[in-house]
Ligand binder design. Structure first.
Ligand SMILES: Nc1ncnc2c1ncn2[C@@H]1O[C@H](COP(=O)(O)OP(=O)(O)O)[C@@H](O)[C@H]1O
Ligand SMILES: [Mg+2]
Length: 257
C-alpha cells in the first residue's frame, strides 16, 4: 500500500526564556494510505505538535512532512482536522454547521446539501439535523463536528483527542461509529489519544511516544482483524496488546534505562 503521510526526521523546537525547547526530536513515521494509526504518549510528548504538522498548522524546524509525496505547506481541504473541543457555531443547526465547511468549496448549493445530509446520516444524527448544538449531548456535538469534517470528503482525518471530553460509554459508542464509517469510506486516519484501550481498539498500529525530548518510543502492531467487535475488545489477545502498549506508555524509563 502506498504511503499517505510521511514524517522524515522531523524536529521541532520552540523558543523559550533562555534558549530553545525541543518538542520533537528526529521523528520518522510513514502512515499508509487508508491506514488507521493511533498515537499515545505522556502529556507534553509532542503528539499535538506532530499532528499539527500534518495539518499544516505547525511548521517543522527541520525535516520533512509529506502528504502524497508533497511537502505540507499549510492546511488543505484534503486533510480534515478534528479537535477535542467541538467548535460548533451555537447559532447554527446541526445541518448548517455541517454545511458550513462546504461553503468554502466550489460545490453547488444542492451538492452541499446532499453531502451534508450524507455525513449527518453516517454519524447517526439524521433525527437531529435541525437541532441547535445547545440541545445536544457532548457525544452528539462531537458527532456533528465529525460530520462536518466528513462532509468535505477529506482523504486524511487528523483527530486530536476527539473523544477526550466524553464519558466512557459515549466514547465506546463513538469509537465503534468511527470504525463503521471508516470501513465504509476508507480514509487515512491519524488519531491521538491518551486512552490506551481506545488506541488499541481503533488502530492497525499504535505509535507510542516518549517525552523530553518528544520522540517515537515504540510502534505496536495490532494484529486484530476488522471489524473490531465487542468480542474482540474483551478477548485475551486484546488484553495482551493493551498491556504491551500500557507498559510502553507508563514504564518508559524502565524500558529506556
Ligand atoms: N507554541 C509553542 N510554544 C512553546 N512551546 C510549545 C508550543 N507548542 C507546544 N509547546 C511545547 O511542546 C511540547 C509538546 O506539546 P504538545 O505537542 O502539545 O504535546 P502533547 O499533545 O503530547 O501533550 C510541550 O512541552 C509544550 O509545552
Ligand atoms: Mg495534545
Amino acid at each position: 500500500m502506498s504511503t499517505k503521510i510521511s514524517f522524515r526526521d522531523v524536529h521541532k523546537s520552540f523558543p523559550v526564556k533562555g534558549g530553545m525547547f525541543t518538542a520533537l526530536q528526529g521523528v520518522s513515521l510513514d502512515i499508509a494510505d487508508e491506514e488507521f494509526v493511533t498515537v499515545v504518549g505522556p502529556s507534553g510528548c509532542g503528539k499535538s505538535t506532530l499532528l499539527g504538522m500534518a495539518a499544516g498548522l505547525v511548521e517543522p524546524t527541520a525535516g520533512d512532512v509529506l502528504v502524497d509525496g508533497s511537502p505540507v505547506t499549510g492546511p488543505g481541504p484534503e486533510r480534515g482536522v478534528i479537535f477535542q473541543q467541538y467548535a460548533l457555531f451555537p447559532w447554527l443547526t446541526v445541518r448548517r454547521n455541517v454545511e458550513f465547511g462546504l461553503k468554502l468549496t466550489s460545490l453547488s448549493a444542492a451538492e452541499c446539501r446532499h453531502r451534508a445530509e450524507r455525513a449527518i446520516d453516517l454519524v447517526g444524527l439524521a433525527d437531529f439535523a435541525d437541532a441547535l448544538p445547545k440541545t445536544l449531548s457532548g457525544g452528539m456535538k462531537q458527532r456533528c463536528a465529525i460530520a462536518r469534517a466528513y462532509a468535505v470528503d477529506p482523504q486524511v482525518l487528523l483527530m486530536d483527542e476527539p473523544f477526550g471530553a466524553l464519558d466512557a460509554l459515549t466514547r465506546v459508542q463513538l469509537q465503534e461509529q468511527l470504525l463503521r464509517t471508516w470501513s465504509q469510506e476508507r480514509r487515512t486516519v491519524m488519531f491521538i489519544t491518551h486512552d490506551v484501550d481506545e488506541a488499541v481498539f481503533l488502530a492497525r498500529r499504535v505509535v507510542v511516544m516518549a517525552a523530553r525530548p518528544g520522540r517515537i518510543h515504540t510502534i505496536v502492531d495490532v494484529g486484530l482483524p476488522y471489524p473490531r467487535t465487542e468480542e474482540i475488545r474483551l478477548s485475551p489477545e486484546f488484553g495482551r496488546i493493551r498491556n504491551d502498549v500500557w507498559h510502553a506508555v507508563y514504564h518508559q524509563d524502565a524500558l529506556t534505562a
